[in-house]
Ligand binder design. Structure first.
Ligand SMILES: [Zn+2]
Length: 168
């Protein structure tokens, strides 16, 4: 699979061999949609991914952030929503499976690996977006779906007071 151009793929070879922390920046269109059905960064939209590559001998710890503009719709009033998305992820990638021993012996998740000097953060960001983004997004602040029916009772009372004032 050729994913060299994915903004989620980072070359960790330098950090791994030099032992020096590196901060790398990728910007480009996301090859996959990031987020649930009603609000997401659509496929092809620009994302900015910054990764700090911390070497740990036969592994690297990657701290990464993703910044992008979301596209979605308020489920109440159907207004377009374009909020900013910021995600933080952290993961350790080993050069081979032996490196990472999970704290939980029952955790049979396969540890992520460094393949051909690169790490792919795509799944991390997809999981994080799934945890952070609402399935039913609504407007921040005022939403037209929230506007209450005109309170006619209040108006009636006001008229009544106005009428009484004549007699005071
Ligand atoms: Zn709304």
């Amino acid at each position: 699979m050729n994913n060299e151009s994915s903004p989620y793929v980072f070359d960790v070879g330098n950090a791994l061999r030099s032992g020096i922390t590196e901060v790398l920046l990728n910007e480009g269109p996301t090859p996959v949609r990031v987020g649930p059905e009603m609000i997401a960064v659509p496929e092809g939209k620009q994302v900015r991914v910054e990764a700090r590559i911390n070497p740990l001998g036969d592994a690297v710890m990657v701290d990464a952030t993703l910044d992008a503009e979301l596209e979605g719709q308020c489920v109440r009033c159907l207004a377009d929503l374009r909020p900013h998305l910021h995600l933080d992820v952290q993961e350790v990638f080993g050069v081979d499976e032996d490196f990472i021993q999970g704290d939980d012996p029952e955790d049979d998740e396969v540890p992520p690996l460094i393949e051909r000097d690169t790490v792919d953060l795509q799944q991390l960001f997809l999981d994080e977006a799934g945890l952070n983004l609402p399935f039913s997004p609504v407007c921040e602040g005022e939403c037209e779906g929230d506007v209450p029916e005109p309170d006619t009772e209040e108006e009636v009372r006001d008229i009544r007071w106005a009428g009484l004032e004549k007699f005071l």
